[in-house]
Design a binder for this molecule. Structure first.
Ligand code: ZN
Length: 330
């Protein structure tokens, strides 16, 4: 599974340009499901059929990652850019931008008297061009870039860009591999454009029309020096979400997850995230409402180039999802 995580995390896939991730996921999951297709918004849907009277359960993990988009090229060939999703200027200093064709640029910034005034509009990307024409030969207005960063495994910890949410994609693929006979009809959905407003999940949930939903994504932790208080730690198990800014999870799904974790002896922790959102936010508001829960992989340094997760937590998430899908749902 480590190889799967590394491959997924290093793929280029900012919101709106998830095609490469979609292709890789389809290849990975096809052998273990009954059907795979891509919906009009680019989300990948993989179906594993169960008993005829089984419930339809939609699992969702988003494929997209945060990034930047070129807004303008100046006369000297420096690129100005806007954000794709939640990206802080401070996390970009000293980092490299990677465009779809492999072009690499360096994030630089104008002189600012007080670093607190650093905003994205004071920054630029330097791709080594010395004129507008030279830059425009490589990069166009509207081109997207992600942060260029390799993924490394060190002991039980994995560090890389786009753990949010390729780790969730890896959890779904591994769950599909391990899930043998399920009484339920399971839809493994890999969504687009989560980072810009939970968009792919909205349309995917409408067309799948599930009885229940479970989003799988990363969540923050409160276990680093002087961190904002939060009762989630790396290495303490799968996080069962109660609330974030997009959803209050449905008690039926939440309790089924808790009961399953207890019955199987799977390490878990309760998650209350005081900001942010997940695909659960879109899924539960679909049509007349879908009871929806969420399982999160604890992650330090979310939305930086060095997001860190723990492989024991990843394993706990896979075990929990596999076990809960093996149960009959009412
Ligand atoms: Zn995410």
């Amino acid at each position: 599974m480590q190889d799967l995580i590394k491959r997924l995390a290093e793929l280029y896939g900012p919101a709106g340009s998830e095609e490469r991730v979609a292709v890789y996921i389809q290849e990975s999951i096809r052998p273990v499901v009954h059907e795979v297709y891509t919906d009009p918004m680019g989300s990948v849907v993989a179906v594993k059929r169960g008993a005829a009277d089984g419930k339809k359960i939609m699992l969702a993990a988003h494929m997209d990652e945060i990034g930047v988009m070129v807004t303008d090229i100046d006369e000297k060939g420096f690129l100005r850019f806007s954000n794709i999703g939640g990206i802080s200027p401070f996390t970009l200093i000293g980092q490299r931008a990677e465009f779809a064709d492999g072009t690499i640029g360096v994030f630089g910034f104008e002189k600012v008297d007080d670093m607190r005034d650093l905003k994205l509009n004071k920054m630029y990307i330097d791709i080594g061009a010395s004129s507008k024409e030279e830059a425009a030969a490589k990069v166009n207005i509207g081109d997207s870039a992600v942060i260029h960063r390799e993924c490394i495994v060190q002991g039980r910890r994995v560090i890389g860009k786009a753990m949010d949410n390729r780790i969730g994609c890896a959890v779904l693929i591994e769950t599909a591999r391990r899930l043998q006979d399920s009484p339920n009809e399971v839809y493994f959905v890999f969504t687009t454009q989560e980072e810009v407003g939970l968009r792919g999940a909205r349309t995917a949930a409408y067309s799948v029309d599930p009885d229940y939903g479970i989003a799988v994504d990363v969540t923050a932790t409160g276990d680093t020096p002087e961190a904002q208080r939060m009762a989630v730690s790396l290495g303490k198990g799968a996080a069962i979400k109660v609330k974030d800014n997009s959803v209050i999870t449905h008690p039926v799904v939440r309790n089924l997850l808790i009961d399953t974790a207890k019955a199987k002896g799977i390490a878990y922790q309760m998650e209350v995230l005081e900001w942010g959102g997940t695909d659960a936010g879109s899924i539960h508001l679909t049509r007349s409402g879908v009871p929806t829960g969420a399982v999160s992989v604890p992650c330090r340094y979310v939305h930086t180039p060095s997001e860190m997760v723990d492989l024991d937590d990843v394993e706990a998430c896979v075990q929990l999802l596999t076990a809960v899908l093996e149960r009959p749902w009412q």
